[in-house]
Design a protein around this ligand. Structure first.
Ligand SMILES: NC(=O)c1ccc[n+]([C@@H]2O[C@H](COP(=O)([O-])OP(=O)(O)OC[C@H]3O[C@@H](n4cnc5c(N)ncnc54)[C@H](OP(=O)(O)O)[C@@H]3O)[C@@H](O)[C@H]2O)c1
Length: 290
């Protein structure tokens, strides 16, 4: 598996990242198998969030790390904070909202470290743009976490270009990514400036739901014979299509099946020809480029 820096100042991740959003749907044993299957394929970077599985997925993954302590140094851990919603585990929250206060960011990181049984996160993302975000407070939290060695790198998710620029202006360290939805079923970032900004700033995006959350697979068809041409499955083609972009998109795959992790990893070896890329785009746009 190819590895690459997501930003000139780091960190280095596997080009395909394993996402744990759906991993509460499987047993703790399967969570461990998924982690091991990913590592076996060279997929060393794992994407989490404090809220996944109603605040349980970090803990389930952490149990696998506790059981196999040598795994932590073979992987990069990404997690997120700022979304809050009513849950038996968070009795003080009565309405879904976002919280980028310094106090909450620091608390959330402490909690994630505890859940993972680790002393550091490789990357912390602000999960969704908070309309009440005070960038000075975020900067204070990030500076403290970096100084304490608890978080090595910082980024955001689902930020617009102006939100990204605004927060970056207030930080002494680079935002190393914006994790956004990009796939053959969500092509807006290719045209709305999201990927332009990434190229301008030398930041690589992470693509969540790179298979449209499975929607693309439900529509599976051999796009103009491409699967035959590339000797690839449709999911591999959909990932290779993202990997082809010059901003160096890091797809975050969401499967709960170890065999599909293995299948996805092979996408890295497929180089989609420019005209095939446009033909796949035409298929989802329903029309040729103007
Ligand atoms: N930042 C954010 O706001 C945000 C939002 C959403 C997700 N994410 C991140 O992105 C990750 C991926 O999201 P996602 O789960 O929607 O990604 P995805 O890879 O687009 O979709 C995965 C889903 O597709 C299904 N699927 C059907 N056929 C498949 C095939 N041939 N190969 C692989 N999967 C197939 C999977 O089922 P099986 O499990 O049965 O394989 C699973 O339900 C999440 O885990 C999370 O880390 C971030």
């Amino acid at each position: 598996m190819e590895r690459a820096k997501i930003h000139a100042q780091g960190p280095t991740f596997s080009r395909i990242i394993a996402g744990a959003w759906r991993w509460h749907n499987v047993s703790p044993e399967t969570v461990e198998r998924l982690a091991l299957a990913a590592l076996e394929q060279g997929i060393t970077s794992f994407d989490h969030a404090d809220i996944y599985g109603d605040h349980s997925n970090e803990e389930a993954f952490g149990l696998a790390l506790k059981k196999n302590p040598s795994l932590r140094n073979q992987m990069e851990l990404i997690t997120k904070c700022d979304i809050k919603f009513p849950s038996a585990k968070r009795p003080a929250t009565w309405i879904k909202h976002y919280d980028t206060s310094k106090e909450h960011i620091l608390w959330s990181v402490e909690n994630s470290l505890k859940m993972f049984h680790t002393d550091r996160l490789d990357l912390l993302l602000i999960h969704r743009p908070d309309p009440l975000m005070d960038p000075h407070e975020v900067a204070e939290a990030f500076v403290q976490l970096k100084k304490e060695g608890k978080v090595l790198h910082f980024g955001v998710s689902n930020f617009t270009t102006s939100q990204f620029r605004m927060l970056q202006k207030h930080l002494p360290m680079p935002l190393v990514t914006n994790q956004i939805e990009i796939s053959l079923s969500r092509i807006d970032p290719f045209f709305n400036g999201d990927l332009d900004l990434m190229l301008e700033l030398g930041v690589s995006p992470m693509a969540w739901s790179p298979l449209g959350g499975g929607k693309l697979m439900a529509e599976e068809r051999d796009m103009f014979g491409k699967a035959t041409k590339y000797n690839a499955s449709y999911s591999q083609l959909a990932l290779a299509w993202l990997l082809r972009h010059p901003s160096k998109i890091f797809p975050v795959i969401g499967t709960t099946q170890p065999d599909r992790i293995k299948e996805a990893a092979k996408a890295i070896d497929i180089h989609i020809d420019r005209q095939d890329w446009f033909e796949m785009l035409k298929w989802v746009m329903g029309a040729e480029m103007p």
